[in-house]
Design a binder for this molecule. Structure first.
Ligand code: GUN
Length: 299
């Protein structure tokens, strides 16, 4: 059984990116820049944003965090985004979710230039991805990270049955679309399960590759997994744990202790998919910079 070590792979990717950022600095005397907007005081979001900024600096990219008050108007947020769209030193724009209730997520997504939308949330990027024009879009960071995990572990995917559990716009939908495409690390037959799926265990048991992103701790038990399957767990659930100082621990959507006895490869939580998301955000930002500078896309 192989434990897919996302922490190690993300660290390898960051080293590769750092070398390219360094080459950019030497060759064109500029480096990629990511600007993250955070609205309000959500604690988890603040931690995520801090980590994104820290990772940028670690690989030599510029990073700016714009902190806006909870009460800010939508018009003001859209105006700030427009300024960033027009700033040539900004290559990636990310507005951290969740947003305050009075701000429309769709309006914010639409306001970000598709050329700087390093989250890959804009319909133009989603559409190009679905069409298979992967050189003309940004891929949503979590599915992109999962493709990297599969490819760097040389996991054979062609013709395999991939079952995706979850249909969110950020993970499930783009993941299923990518697994369906004719790429080196995809080319699967794909089934998508969700909250209204009947007989989910019957479907998950057919999976050669099982990707779970439904946000329910330990939903996937051993009896739901075919022996030898590859299991990718996107879940990040807080479960109570009196033995921890914080009172909780992080659990995936997969019952790791038991499923790892039957899977051929599995991602742990934490340390599996999670660290890959930031690495791919950095990769998207570098890609945006390369496109803006007409540099050869060597990534
Ligand atoms: N909130 C949690 N994950 C994400 C993400 O990947 N992008 C954005 N913009 N907000 C998030």
């Amino acid at each position: 059984m192989t434990i897919i070590d996302g922490k190690q792979i993300s660290s390898d990717i960051k080293k590769e990116l750092q070398a390219t950022v360094e080459a950019c600095r030497e060759n064109v005397n500029a480096v990629p820049g990511l600007t993250v907007i955070i609205i309000g005081e959500d604690h988890a979001s603040q931690v995520y944003v801090r980590n994104k900024a820290k990772s940028c600096r670690e690989i030599g990219m510029n990073s700016t965090v714009i902190e806006l008050p909870e009460e800010i108007s939508q018009a003001e947020v859209l105006a700030r985004i427009e300024e960033l769209n027009n700033n040539p030193e900004v290559h990636g724009i990310l507005v951290q979710q969740p947003l305050p209730k009075h701000i429309d997520e769709y309006a914010v997504t639409m306001a970000i230039s598709p050329f700087k939308d390093v989250d890959g949330f804009h319909p133009e990027n989603v559409g190009q991805m679905v069409l298979g024009h992967l050189d003309r879009c940004f891929l949503s960071c979590t599915p992109y990270g999962i493709l990297e995990l599969l490819s760097r572990h040389a996991i054979e995917t062609k013709g395999k049955h991939c079952v995706v559990v979850g249909r969110s716009n950020i993970v499930g939908k783009p993941m299923a679309n990518l697994m369906l495409q004719k790429l080196k690390e995809t080319n699967c037959t794909v089934t998508v399960c969700h909250s209204a799926t009947r007989n989910m265990p019957e479907l998950t048991r057919q999976a050669d590759i099982l990707i779970v992103a439904i946000g329910q701790a330990n939903l996937i038990t051993k009896d739901m997994v075919k022996p030898g399957a590859v299991v990718i767990d996107v879940g990040m659930n807080r479960v109570e744990d009196a033995s921890r100082k914080s009172g909780y621990r992080l659990a995936g959507d997969v019952d790791y202790d038991n499923v790892s006895q039957t899977a051929s490869a599995i991602t742990p939580v934490p340390g599996g998919v999670g660290p890959m998301t930031i690495a791919m955000l950095l990769k998207n930002t570098l890609q945006s910079f390369m496109r803006a500078h007409n540099l050869q896309d060597t990534l």
